[in-house]
Write a protein that binds this ligand. Structure first.
Ligand code: M6R
Length: 606
């Protein structure tokens, strides 16, 4: 989705802005633009296409300003073209604005402004913002006040950067429901919608809250609420390493992130299991509180929702509390039965997914205790929730989520175990055993990643397939769903995931000679049943690929062995060959693995 970068300081802005935009490319975009301010004159260069194309255009210009704003656009209102890309200007070319988010009442504002003589060039919602700011500026001649009045009129979500030709030493930024951070360095202020864009310049950040405005000059930053009441903010320090956002010798971020799972799981486990009793940073539930909870909701989107599905049955087995897993986009509109006896857990790698945030707000308004799980420090979801806890997967750049998923599954398992410990629903011996199994995960992930030649070979054989099925029962079913999603999003091959037992209720009609079927078989208790399902597709000519930790007597086309582990935690290991398979199939097809078509890393619109 759209990305924002900004700079105000003593250095030339253009290289910093372009570098930041490059780092935001992973979010997905279709056009890019830049605006700088020098000697009370605003320049703007924007174009449909990649940041590299923008760079070629910018290189031909002499832009030496030390103040600038920049944007990558992912089209929502109006097609991807130069006119619709950001920055946008007001009619008098006084204000230049970049914007992330969606202005829901833009048609009303546009009509109001047109009635007042304003004209519009683009099809975007954003163009109303500079014009509205200018409308107020014409009345009160106060830059800050004009931005604050305009923000008060906006309904929807926004993160904006505004520069003005009347003020050669000033930038104003504001946000609501779309992130913005301000990095502090010796040479000036670095602004971005995502920390990775500016992480190589500083690790010290202010995080702007909803309905706040920051006024930046070369040597000062002031924070206000929308009504211009001053706000005090604490500086936050990020521990991420800047090298984590480089490829470090891997061909693609996705492959690097698959291999990083050894470390990301180790970091996510951290010290939580070191003592005899499990301790979680930030979460302190009491027995009274948990005994009063009669339902747990786990709500998320895409891969994050699959992480919820992978722990649903474990939560229920360990804590004896019913768990419902829901897609955030459905949950928020279906009036779910949530009350003050509900614990609602929201999972989001980015912490900025619009549907998940809105679902959280709904659950909170109905009295639930809300717990957010995010991978991004200070992300919106952690600010909205009653309690939050982080996965420590490090920055995930590839659009296809891998290390964030396994970190989410591990953390959710630890939370389930922690709740069971407090509720005393399982014995201390059982807790000890499960803790040991979790602690063995990094080594077992390393093993699972050791010899991947079988996966590479399978990818070569099946990359031309039109359709692929994934089958799993019990704990293996959510993994089948995740494997199928991974394959679709980066290889564009149609695929479906089915619970093994469902096959004969319809989908088996599609099986014909050489149809690839991938079976995940890790639960010993369900092994015979699952093998029967695979047998059914073999009889109809399917090519079978099995991911398993079991000793299998039957013949299949390919068997990928993964290390043994307690069945509760098998989704963390069985997903690894599926991530790799999706990756290598995408490579065989010559596709852009990290930036698949039509997708964005962080889905900040509903
Ligand atoms: O940032 P989030 O975890 O909230 O993102 C949720 C989904 O958009 C995300 O998991 C998506 O499904 C991934 N591209 C899957 O690889």
């Amino acid at each position: 989705m759209c990305g924002i970068v900004g700079y105000i300081g003593t250095k030339r802005a253009v290289p910093i802005l372009l570098d930041g935009l490059k780092k935001l490319e992973y979010r997905g975009y279709d056009s890019a633009g830049i605006s700088t301010l020098e000697n009370n004159s605003l320049s703007c260069i924007k174009e449909k296409g990649r940041v590299d194309q923008l760079k070629n255009l910018v290189d031909n210009e002499n832009l030496n300003g030390t103040i600038g704003i920049a944007h990558t656009r992912w089209a929502t209102h109006g097609k991807p073209n130069k006119i619709n890309s950001h920055p946008h200007f007001d009619n008098s070319k006084r204000f230049s604005v970049v914007h992330n988010g969606i202005i829901e009442n833009y048609t009303d504002i546009k009509k109001f402004l047109m009635d007042n003589g304003y004209q519009f060039l683009s099809e975007t919602d954003t163009e109303v913002i500079p014009n509205l700011i200018n409308y107020y500026y014409e009345i009160n001649h106060d830059f800050l006040k004009a931005v604050s009045l305009a923000c008060n009129d906006l309904i929807g979500s926004y993160a904006i950067e505004v520069i003005c030709s009347n003020f050669s030493n000033k930038m104003i930024i504001a946000k609501k429901d779309s992130p913005l951070v301000i990095g502090i360095a010796d040479d000036g202020y670095y602004i971005a919608s995502d920390i990775p864009a500016i992480l190589s310049y500083t690790k010290n950040f202010y995080i702007l809250e909803d309905n706040e405005i920051a006024e930046l000059t070369l040597n000062e930053i002031k924070f206000y609420k929308n009504n211009l009441e001053l706000v005090h903010k604490e500086l936050e320090t990020i521990t991420w390493d800047a090298s984590a956002i480089e490829k470090n010798g891997y061909d693609d971020f996705m492959l690097k992130e698959i291999y990083e799972q050894v470390t990301s799981i180790r970091e996510t486990i951290g010290c939580k299991l070191n003592k005899s009793l499990i301790e979680l940073d930030n979460i302190q539930f009491t027995k009274d509180f948990l005994s009063n909870i009669n339902k747990i909701f786990i709500v998320a989107c895409g891969t994050a929702m699959h992480a919820g599905l992978a722990v649903k049955s474990i939560f229920e087995k360990l804590c004896y509390i019913p768990v419902e897993v829901d897609m955030a986009s459905e949950f928020r509109y279906r009036n779910p039965l949530v009350d003050n006896k509900t614990l609602a857990i929201f999972i989001s790698q980015s912490g900025e997914t619009a549907d998940t945030i809105q679902a959280l707000k709904l659950a909170k308004s109905k009295g639930a205790t809300t717990l957010a799980i995010s991978n991004v420090i200070g992300s919106s979801i952690t600010r909205e929730a009653d309690i939050y806890i982080y996965t420590h997967a490090g920055p995930e750049i590839a659009v296809a989520s891998t290390k964030a998923y396994t970190a989410q599954v591990v953390l959710l398992n630890i939370i389930a175990l922690y709740c069971a410990q407090i509720l005393e629903t399982i014995s201390l011996d059982e807790i000890e055993l499960l803790k040991k199994e979790i602690l063995s995960l990094p080594t077992k992930i390393e093993l699972a990643l050791k010899d991947i030649s079988m996966v590479q070979n399978i990818a070569k054989k099946i990359y031309n397939a039109k359709d692929i099925f994934f089958l799993g029962r019990g704990i293996d079913y959510p993994v089948a769903m995740e494997g199928s999603l991974k394959l679709k999003e980066i290889s564009y091959i149609h695929s479906e995931a089915y619970a093994g037992g469902e096959l004969k209720h319809g989908p088996i009609a599609l099986i014909e000679k050489d149809f690839p079927v991938i079976g995940i078989l890790t639960d010993e208790k369900l092994l015979e049943k699952s093998i029967s399902n695979i047998q059914e597709v073999i009889s109809r000519g399917a090519k079978t690929i099995i991911v398993t930790n079991q000793e299998l007597k039957k013949d299949f086309d390919y068997v990928i062995k993964i290390p043994n582990i307690h069945p509760y935690f098998s989704p963390i290991l069985s997903v690894i060959p599926l991530q790799l398979l999706a990756y290598y199939i995408s490579k065989e097809k010559g596709l852009d693995v990290d930036k698949p078509r039509n997708l964005a890393k962080s889905v900040t619109v509903e």
